[in-house]
Write a protein that binds this ligand. Structure first.
Ligand code: PDD
Length: 277
């Protein structure tokens, strides 16, 4: 297995990270998870652009330009013969003696990337999954795809330990997003999702879904909705690079709609599948 570490392609077992890498010590970095379908990268540019946007928001300089990063991704996919999987890429603020403030200009960011085979979650997408509600205790810059995922991890663990696929987070009455996905409801044929503010990550899958809805005449509204509106929705689904369009058929003990994937969700899944072929 070949991975990319700071300018070099090396075997995974030779890829070692310094104990004072700021990503390791502080979570001071950013990342992207990009999908590979049939050996082709899906929405590569969107992910790359978001990586540079995240970097800019936290004043991090990525030591490679977009073309170089793109070619790294292609080389890894080829070297590892990835068919259906992901590319994980992260950039930290580099290695320097532990101190909270930024290191000097001479310290360059650490870039790592690797690939992994992951099948599409076809069974879950067909049957639907369950979710639990978790108070969103994260910070106020959830728009940055930061390595700091403690809030997300605690939320996911709470869901997972209770047998749920996802934690749908809420700030008070307002539903924000999943622990590793965006959240959507369908009411009377209209899709609602939290607007792309500082309180959520503007998912690439979310944008693909918006485009598909717009193209096919499904009303798509970026507007906040409440926990009560979630629980009384006709349909709920979550979306991410790895979960695609994932129906949520139950939230805690509350059955959503008919307790199976609803018609709008199913249509979106069909359009999504068509778009990756
Ligand atoms: N998670 N919101 C959060 C908090 C996320 O972590 C993710 C993705 C999304 C959806 O974004 P996208 O559609 O671009 O994947 C929304 C990735 C997959 C992860 O951390 O593994």
């Amino acid at each position: 297995e070949t991975v990319f570490l700071n300018g070099e392609f090396v075997k995974r077992k030779h890829a070692k990270v310094d104990i004072e890498d700021r990503g390791y010590q502080f979570g001071d970095g950013i990342y992207e998870v990009i999908r590979v379908y049939g050996g082709d990268v899906f929405t590569m540019n969107e992910h790359m652009e978001r990586l540079y946007q995240s970097a800019e928001k936290m004043k991090l300089k990525i030591p490679f330009d977009l073309q170089e990063l793109t070619s790294i991704v292609f080389k890894l996919i080829e070297a590892n013969e990835v068919n259906e999987g992901i590319v994980y890429m992260q950039v930290s603020r580099g290695i320097s003696p532990r101190q909270h403030h930024f290191p000097g200009e001479d310290v360059s960011g650490s870039v790592i990337a690797y690939t992994k085979e992951i099948p599409r979650p076809l069974k879950e997408m067909q049957e639907g999954v369950t979710a639990t509600l978790v108070e969103d205790i994260r910070w106020l810059r959830c728009d940055i795809k930061s390595l700091n995922l403690l809030g997300n991890i605690l939320a996911k663990e709470e869901a997972s330990s209770k047998g749920h696929f996802e934690a749908i987070q809420h700030r008070g009455e307002t539903v924000t997003e999943g622990s590793s996905s965006n959240a959507f409801i369908v009411k009377d044929g209209t899709v609602f999702t939290h607007p792309a503010t500082n309180l959520i990550l503007n998912g690439i899958t979310r944008r693909v879904i918006k485009d598909m809805a717009d193209k096919n005449g499904v009303p798509f509204v970026e507007q906040i909705f409440t926990v009560d509106e979630l629980l009384s929705a006709d349909e709920i689904f979550i979306a991410s690079t790895t979960s695609e369009v994932m129906p949520v058929i139950k939230v805690n003990d509350v059955t959503i709609g008919q307790g199976m994937p609803g018609p709008v969700t199913t249509k979106l899944q069909e359009w999504f599948t068509a778009s990756i072929k």
